[in-house]
Ligand binder design. Structure first.
Ligand SMILES: [Zn+2]
Length: 387
């Protein structure tokens, strides 16, 4: 029996609103009440968000001018439910060892329960085991598919946007309007300070551009770099109105949808065996420091990607992050560049309309201030012109 189990429902039934922020606020409340907070990441999709939550909770505690005499601690747990079945039992063991006075306080972000995904099924098992074993389980989860909610959790859809400018919300709204499974935004009742900035549009089109998608294109990388320079990124300045802090490289996400995105792949001797994606090379041509989080990088160098995910989550290193959208769920940046693309599985029946909805709900929604969208010419055949 739960004392309290709440769930902040998700993009499948809810628009992107700032659910991770709510987890941080709830975690802060528990800490100040003296409870230890267990931040649990069960696979790579929740890594960055979980690391960010743990980092922000730690900072919130140290910044409190009047901390309680015995505040709680933040414990970050990292598992790989996708590849290691034994991690489920390990997580149960680790978390039950943290029960104090019959209570356990757990935060789960990007918690994709159940479904056909093995990681989601194992996550459902974890929550069921905790519910059976801990009478005083306080568990908040966000980023949950509405179709597979464990029965012990109570859905609380959030529809009030907490962070995006109206101009960005309108781009997300285009997905909401087309996708019947998403709750619409509610009026926050508080007028926005302004409409936000005009969306900047670039185009992956013209003689110098190569490849079917912008992630493959060196010229796109150069043109994105020029646009970021124009905004003042990395110069110690900032051309964004109503946003006085200088724009750093780490304020920028370049988000795509690609199974092929990668940095240079090296062998054990340090020789490059496969060059970085075109957009990455174009950005570096223009002198921008870049961090790449792609599926190929994860496959070839998981340890480096774990470090980079941590760096990105807490903005520890001043670099522009180029990433597939699935690695940065729960995070946001002041500047987001959206590059259309395709995953491998999309070629086996991917629907352009559904992909555009995903791009807006998962990638565009990472932006708080300045959105840059790269348009791609429509093609009528599936042939690729990649070079
Ligand atoms: Zn291009």
């Amino acid at each position: 029996m739960f004392l309290l189990t709440s769930l902040l429902s998700d993009v499948e039934c809810c628009v992107p609103t700032g659910k991770t922020v709510m987890l941080v606020l709830q975690g802060s409340r528990w800490l100040l009440q003296g409870h230890d907070v267990q931040v649990v990441s069960t696979d790579y999709i929740s890594r960055a968000a979980s690391r960010m939550i743990a980092g922000q909770l730690g900072m919130a505690l140290s910044a409190d001018p009047t901390p309680p005499p015995t505040p709680g601690s933040v414990i970050l747990h990292l598992y790989d439910f996708t590849n290691r079945e034994a991690d489920v039992q390990q997580a149960v063991t680790d978390l039950l060892a943290r029960v104090k006075d019959g209570q356990l306080h757990v935060l789960l972000d990007e918690a994709l329960f159940g479904g056909s995904d093995v990681s989601g099924q194992r996550l459902t098992t974890l929550v069921a085991r905790l519910a059976e074993s801990v009478p005083g389980l306080h568990l908040w989860a966000a980023g949950v598919l509405h179709t597979d909610i464990p029965p012990s959790l109570r859905p609380e859809p959030l529809t009030v946007p907490l962070r995006c400018a109206p101009s960005v919300l309108r781009e997300v709204q285009k997905a909401v309007d087309r996708y019947g499974g998403v709750h619409n935004y509610s009026d926050s009742g508080v007028p926005a300070p302004g409409d936000g900035l005009r969306v900047i549009r670039l185009s992956h089109h013209g003689n110098a551009h190569t490849g079917r998608w912008p992630a493959e294109c060196r010229q796109c990388g150069k043109e994105i770099a020029a646009e970021l320079r124009r905004l003042g990124v990395g110069s110690g300045g900032n051309s964004l109105p109503n946003s006085p802090a200088p724009l750093s490289y780490c304020d920028v996400f370049i988000i795509t949808r690609s199974s092929e995105l990668q940095d240079d792949i090296e062998d054990d001797a340090g020789r490059v065996t496969s060059r970085a994606s075109g957009v990455v090379r174009g950005l570096r041509d223009e002198g921008l420091p870049v961090c790449v989080l792609g599926e190929q990088d994860l496959r070839h160098n998981w340890a480096r990607c774990e470090r980079d995910l941590h760096d990105v989550a807490v903005a520890a290193t001043d670099r522009v992050t180029v990433t597939d959208w699935c690695w940065v769920q729960g995070l946001e940046r002041r500047v987001v560049v959206m590059l259309p693309g395709r995953h491998k599985e999309d070629d086996e029946g991917g629907n352009d309309e559904a992909i555009d909805v995903d791009d807006r709900l998962y990638a565009v929604s990472r932006c708080s201030t300045q959105l840059i969208m790269v348009d791609v010419p429509t093609v009528t055949t599936a042939t690729s012109t990649a070079t």
